[in-house]
Write a protein that binds this ligand. Structure first.
Ligand SMILES: [Zn+2]
Ligand SMILES: [Zn+2]
Length: 71
């Protein structure tokens, strides 16, 4: 039984895949998660801006943060 996205009609084999897709594509948030506060952002550069603005991390520190990966 396929789960179909109500926004773009893409088909997914499981409900959880559909959930991930909807979160990534249609929630206005993104798959990149801040390791410090769990905020979701659209991309790596948004995450860098977030780190800098919210956590006062110097920009030079940001590339070395280990949890910069999409969830
Ligand atoms: Zn969709
Ligand atoms: Zn954060």
């Amino acid at each position: 039984m396929l789960s179909v996205c109500p926004f773009c009609y893409k088909e997914f084999s499981t409900k959880s895949n559909l959930k991930i897709h909807m979160r990534d594509r249609h929630s206005g948030q993104g798959p990149w998660q801040c390791s410090l506060c769990s905020k979701l952002v659209k991309n790596k550069s948004s995450l860098r801006v977030h780190f800098y603005q919210q956590h006062r991390k110097p920009k030079t520190d940001i590339p070395s943060i280990p949890d910069l990966k999409p969830i």
